[in-house]
Structures are given as C-alpha cells and as structure tokens.
Design a protein around this ligand. Structure first.
Ligand code: SAM
Length: 356
C-alpha cells in the first residue's frame, strides 16, 4: 500500500473512532449538568479557576487533575470557554473557565434554559428504547419505544407521571426560545382574532403570543393529563381533546413540533382537521407550523447534524420523521391546502405558513 493509501486509512480510523466515542460527548455534557457546573460558573460572577471550581464542587483536591481533563474536553467541545484571569499582584495570569453561548442555555434561572430538555433526552425512558433499534427492524411494533414499553410515547407520558412532567417541562423550556423572535414576526400574527395551539403542551408558546397580542383569543388544545392543572387567563384558554377528532374553530392554527412526531397519514389527518377549523375565515385563515425542514444541500453540517438526530429520535420514540420541503409540500396538497411559505427563523426550525 502506498503512503497516500495508508494516510486515507488512518484518516478513516480517526473518523471511525470519533463515531465510536461520540457517546463520550453526551456523557461529559450530562456530567457537567448533573454536577451543576454551568450554575457554579454563573453564580461565581466571573470566569472560575480550577482550584475554585474544585472548592465549589466540594470534591477532594486530589481529583483536580481529573476535573481538569473533563473541563479540557468540554472546552474543546464548545460547552465552556477557557480564558485568563488576573492572579493579583505581579503574578502571572491564571487560566479560568467561562460560560459559552451554549452553556448559558443550561443556567438555571436564566431564560431560555434548556436543562430540562437535556434531562428529558438523557432519561432512561427515552434512552433505553435505542438499545432495541436493531431488533426493531425484525419486529412488528411501530417503533423501538413500543418494543421497550408495549405502549406509545404519549400514553407512556400519562402512565409515568414523573417522566410525563419532565417531558412537558422540556417542551416548555424549548418553547422559551420563542420569546427571542416573537417580536420579529409580529406581522405573522397581526389581524388575527383567534388562534388554537394544537398539541400546545403546557401553553408556553400560546402564553407568549397571548401576552404579546392581548386582543387575540388563544386556545391550547392538548391531552387531558397535560393541561389538567392549568389556569385559563383573560385571553388564553386550555381545552382537553384529541386533535384527530376535533380542533376548535379559529382564524389560525399553530402546530409547533407536532407534525414531526407523526406519520404522513396522521399528518394529513391533523392538517385536514386544521383546515376545517379555519374554514370560517375563508381564504384569510392559515395554519402556522413550526418544525424542522431538512435542507442538506444548503444547511451547514452544524445544522444538519441535529436535524438528522431529531429525525432518528422521531423514528425511535414516535411514528414521525423530519421532512424536506418537497415532503412538506406533498402533505399540504394532500390535505387540501393551496399554498405555503417557509421562513427559516427559529434556528433548527422554520416557520411554515400554510394557506387554504
Ligand atoms: C412534541 S410536543 C409539542 C408541544 C408544544 N407544541 C411545544 O412545542 O412546546 C407534542 C404535543 O402533542 C400533544 N398530543 C399528543 N397527541 C395528541 C392528541 N391526540 N391531541 C392533542 N394533543 C396531542 C402532546 O401531549 C404534546 O404536548
């Protein structure tokens, strides 16, 4: 074999080892969250040195070297930043750890905070089904989640209240990000008298919209166990129901991260019910979808990676998928809609406005 061939082989080995060991990224992140390192750095008020981090974590100083190696990896992976702080006097500067934009999203009390989202993904309820992914290809159940628990994901949420609560809080934390852009897309909601957030969970998004547009009547439709303890406000109402059977009439329907959890057939059924719900508004009504649009050609790998992770998660836990624009279009036409517009304003997710 010539040296170029060997070079390619070693490159392939590095790539393979990166894939083999990528669970280490997840486990290190999980460890940082469980130890509360983002909160410690945040409450320190400035970058924290290793000895001070050891002290704050109340661990044996003999373990400093191990903590240093964990932090080195987490700096490398972009969770934390490494910087220098003054040691005081004439002494040299000392290395210290700071929050990166990524770990700022894990500080409790900060908004938005995605800690719950991470914990709901790491939880055995959602991580155990991955062990049966290979077996599932030879089995009859609709997904590995079913193979593991014998029931579907939404039913599981009602039977395991501890996980159900964590999952709903995870979705609230994900929706907290909406606050950042809702003012930028006022025109999307302007002129609407009413909106139903279908599968709206604990109402995080509907609450943001109802506060921003006090004249709009907002309704959250979700399963009974999800909304049972929630209080209506002046212009926000919680309704228990099944989106496959009936969606209350309104000027607009919002479906945030709902359709990606369902098969094409189920999506068409939900979209048809949505179209019925806005029919009173004639051509003026619309359905607003906030979901992933896969665009491997144009997106950078940093964006495509998490989109494809979500796609596999939808395969393992529920019956859904992430879709390319042509797949979305097919669903809209099948459900009887005539046009749509895609605006990629939510990072990983886009706003898809669909017209009757
Ligand atoms: C992925 S979550 C999205 C929650 C929320 N839209 C958000 O983005 O924060 C899907 C939601 O659909 C709800 N759901 C599942 N099946 C439903 C049904 N048949 N009718 C109404 N809601 C349902 C779930 O309880 C859950 O709150």
């Amino acid at each position: 074999m010539d040296s170029r061939g060997a070079g390619e082989l070693f490159q392939a080995q590095s790539h393979l080892y990166k894939l083999i060991f990528s669970f280490i990224s997840t486990m290190s992140l999980k460890t940082a969250i469980n130890l509360g390192i983002p909160d410690i750095i945040h409450s320190h008020g400035q970058p924290i040195t290793l000895p001070k981090l050891v002290l704050a974590l109340q661990i044996d100083p003999a373990k400093s070297g191990f903590l240093y190696r964990l932090m080195r990896f987490l700096v490398h992976s972009g969770l934390f930043l490494k910087t220098k702080v003054d040691k005081g006097g004439k002494e040299e500067e000392e290395e210290a750890y700071d929050l990166s934009p990524c770990s700022r999203l894990l500080v409790n009390g900060n908004a938005p905070n995605l800690t719950c989202f991470a914990q709901s993904v790491f939880h055995p309820a959602l991580s155990d089904p991955w062990k049966l992914l290979g077996d599932w290809f030879y089995r009859e159940e609709q997904n590995p989640f079913h193979c593991t628990y014998g029931i579907g994901f939404w039913e599981y949420g009602s039977q395991d209240p501890e996980y159900g609560k964590l999952y709903n809080e995870a979705m609230v934390s994900d929706s907290g990000m909406m606050n950042l852009v809702i003012r930028d897309c006022r025109s999307v909601f302007e002129g609407m008298q009413s909106m139903v957030d279908v599968g709206g969970g604990k109402g995080a998004v509907a609450r943001i919209i109802s506060e921003e547009f006090p004249n709009m009547k907002c309704t959250v439709l979700d399963l009974p166990h999800v909304i049972e303890d929630l209080q209506d406000t002046e212009n926000l109402k919680f309704v228990a129901g099944d989106m496959f059977h009936h969606i209350p009439p309104a000027d607009s329907i919002l479906l945030k991260l709902v359709l990606h959890a369902y098969s094409d057939e189920d999506c068409v059924r939900i979209l048809e019910k949505s179209r019925e719900a806005i029919s009173g508004k004639g051509k003026e009504g619309k359905v607003m979808i906030i979901d992933i649009v896969i665009n491997e050609k144009e997106d950078k790998p940093e964006l495509t990676d998490p989109k494809l992770y979500f796609d596999l998660l939808m395969m393992v836990a529920v019956t859904g998928r992430e879709r390319e624009e042509r797949e979305w279009k097919k669903l809209f036409l099948e459900a009887g809609f005539s046009g749509y517009k895609i605006t990629p304003i939510f990072g990983l997710r886009s706003l898809l406005e669909v017209y009757p």
